[in-house]
Design a protein around this ligand. Structure first.
Ligand code: TRP
Length: 338
């Protein structure tokens, strides 16, 4: 057996800014669960990132721990993965400041997420929103990961992280591992049920199935899912011309493990109504144990606290090692005691 040291390291952050949905589960978390044995994985609740947009403090606190519980319920095993809360590991803020000084104004200005978010929150374009990618670089580089599993929307931030790491290494010698974004080969891209041309998102609740939705709500959302207005009315995979049906096929294939070909055959000669109901049922059954387990874990506050305490200890140890090295390299005087 390989020792933990020999395993490649993976790290990703999740903003506790909303409830976990089917798109997150099938597109990301499910893959992460499968990676736990082959990699040394770190996942953290990115609460520090979340406050770049105004948050209700009580809500943020609740969502941070509930989201952790939901991830565990999805199969992310705290015995195999390091799960922690970003703000508990103060090295993130500390390295974040330093990396701010090695990130250019022009680079930050080019980030599409900054442009999008400042358009959306025009009354709160704060410094944190602008320098967020430097904190994200710190989140990553502290753990010297080989891979950063992220969605398409975070690729630009990962590229910038690599540029910052390379820049720092060139100035001070090998300090950071230069990580690669990890875009899994499998892992469905789940679209909104009400608008299959845009990604499933919590900002469109009618088209979004949440992990914690009641079964009857899940079933209803699938019954009302938009299908396509083409004339052939058959279940065939064609994302270009039949985005609605193709999205439902992707979902069905992901939750049943059946190939798209097989799904096509299964519903040959059947109408969209039958198909939508079948997809709804399959999703309900997939989510049922997750939702029930999440409910139990959310109620078990002591257990969740134990998970993030253990995670903090392990993450802090690794983060401290990297930060110390960085402090030395940039010329800070060593602190006599910790
Ligand atoms: N920026 C990511 C998002 O909005 C969350 C995130 C924060 C993250 N720090 C990270 C992802 C480090 C990967 C690695 O989704």
């Amino acid at each position: 057996m390989e020792s933990a040291e020999a395993k490649k390291v993976m790290l990703s952050g999740i903003q506790p800014s909303g409830e976990l949905h089917l798109g997150n589960y099938l597109g990301a978390v499910k893959n992460w669960v499968a990676l736990a044995d082959a990699f040394d994985c770190y996942y953290f609740m990115a609460d520090m990132h979340t406050i770049t947009v105004r948050q209700e403090p009580k809500e943020l606190r609740r969502r941070t721990t509930e989201q952790l519980a939901e991830y565990i319920a999805c199969g992310l095993d705290p015995e195999k993965n390091t799960l922690f809360i970003q703000s508990h590991v103060h090295e993130h803020a500390e390295l974040g400041w330093i990396l701010n000084c090695y990130t250019m104004f022009g680079e930050l200005s080019r980030m599409t997420q900054f442009k999008d978010k400042s358009a959306k929150h025009a009354n709160n374009i704060n410094g944190g929103l602008f320098t967020y990618p430097a904190l994200m670089a710190a989140d990553i580089l502290l753990y010297q990961p080989d891979y950063v599993p992220v969605g398409e929307d975070q690729k630009q931030h990962c590229e910038l992280t690599r540029d910052i790491a390379i820049r720092f290494n060139n100035l001070y010698g090998e300090t950071f591992k230069v990580p690669e974004p990890y875009i899994p080969k499998t892992g469905a891209r789940i679209m909104s049920l009400s608008d299959p041309t845009s990604k499933m998102s919590k900002s469109d609740p009618a088209g979004c199935v949440f992990i914690m939705d009641r079964p009857e709500d899940v079933a209803r959302k699938f019954k009302r899912a938009v299908t396509d207005s083409d004339t052939e009315r058959c279940v065939r995979f064609d994302p270009e011309n039949k985005p609605g049906v193709s999205n439902l096929m992707n979902i069905y294939s992901a939750v049943t493990g059946r190939s798209l070909d097989r799904v096509e055959k299964e519903f040959e000669g059947q109408g969209y109504g039958v198909f939508k109901a079948a997809v709804g049922d399959a999703v309900v059954e997939t989510l049922r144990p997750i939702r029930e387990q999440a409910g139990r874990l959310i109620a078990d506050k002591a257990y969740i606290k134990q998970v993030y305490t253990d995670g903090d200890l392990k993450a802090s140890r690794v983060a401290r090692r990297t930060l110390r090295k960085v402090y030395r390299k940039v010329g800070f005087v060593e602190k006599p005691f910790e």
